[in-house]
Write a new protein. Structure first.
Length: 254
């Protein structure tokens, strides 16, 4: 009798997982959408476990086509989904897990246009150019939409600014790692470009602040002119960029 009840329970769980996993994506999204109001999916097709949306938008900004592969059996423990974004402003591949009121991204890579840096740099006279390549070993995001842990890097390739003047900066590398209750992000150049970059900033909750020194490696007139719009002048000829502000979290109701 006990063995029969055990097998019945297993069969019931398998049936439940199967029903959830084969639920049409469009139907499932109607129920999920209110939990992530900042995210919009266009024309979702397929099923919960293997589907695609022709477009994904975050706060109205188009990201690209989104596809996903959900492991049905992971629904019994830690829901795990493979995500891919392509064909838009962001290319992304990574694994997302949902547990303990957090979303955890792992083994993720992304590439996007440097224009996404404009709000953080907050320099109206200059627009960032180039490509940002991101490699995340781990990123945990709370249900409040703020990062709680991270191990990863971001590389700004062919870095440049354009506007009042155009100047090439080289390659700038950011490395992020959790430290206690903060996330520490260090900024360095690769040693070959026109600009020497040296500094760091911390993220605590939704706030971030820090200092980054910017020094011309040579007498590049365009770079020197561009730096007049960035940071405050220092006695040694460098510019001090104060990095501070607030992360505007994406609401996620887990």
């Amino acid at each position: 009798m006990k063995r029969w009840i055990g097998w019945a329970l297993v069969a019931f769980l398998a049936l439940a997982v199967g029903l959830i996993a084969t639920l049409p994506a469009a139907v499932a999204w109607r129920h999920i959408a209110p939990q992530v109001p900042d995210l919009t999916l266009e024309a979702p097709t397929g099923s919960v476990w293997n589907g695609r949306a022709s477009g994904a938008k975050l706060r109205g900004a188009a990201l690209g086509a989104l596809s996903w592969q959900l492991s049905p059996w992971s629904l019994l423990s830690t829901p795990t989904v493979q995500l891919t974004l392509a064909g838009g402003t962001v290319d992304f591949v990574g694994t997302a897990r949902f547990a303990n009121n957090e979303i955890e991204l792992s083994d993720a890579t992304a590439s996007t246009d440097a224009e996404w840096l404009a709000p953080a740099l907050a320099i109206p006279e200059l627009t960032p150019e180039g490509t940002i390549d991101i490699a995340l070993k781990r990123l945990a995001i709370s249900s409040a939409g703020v990062p709680t842990a991270i191990v990863g890097t971001a590389t700004w390739r062919n870095a440049a600014v354009n506007g009042r003047v155009r100047a090439e900066l080289g390659v700038i590398e950011l490395s992020a790692r959790s430290s206690g209750d903060a996330i520490v992000v260090t900024a360095r150049d690769d040693g070959r470009g026109a600009l020497i970059v040296n500094g760091a900033f911390e993220i605590r909750g939704a706030a971030y602040n820090g200092r980054i020194a910017l020094t011309p490696r040579s007498s590049d007139e365009a770079l020197i002119a561009a730096l007049q719009w960035i940071g405050a002048p220092q006695p040694d000829g460098s510019r001090l960029l104060l990095v501070e502000g607030q992360i505007h979290p994406t609401e996620v109701n887990l």
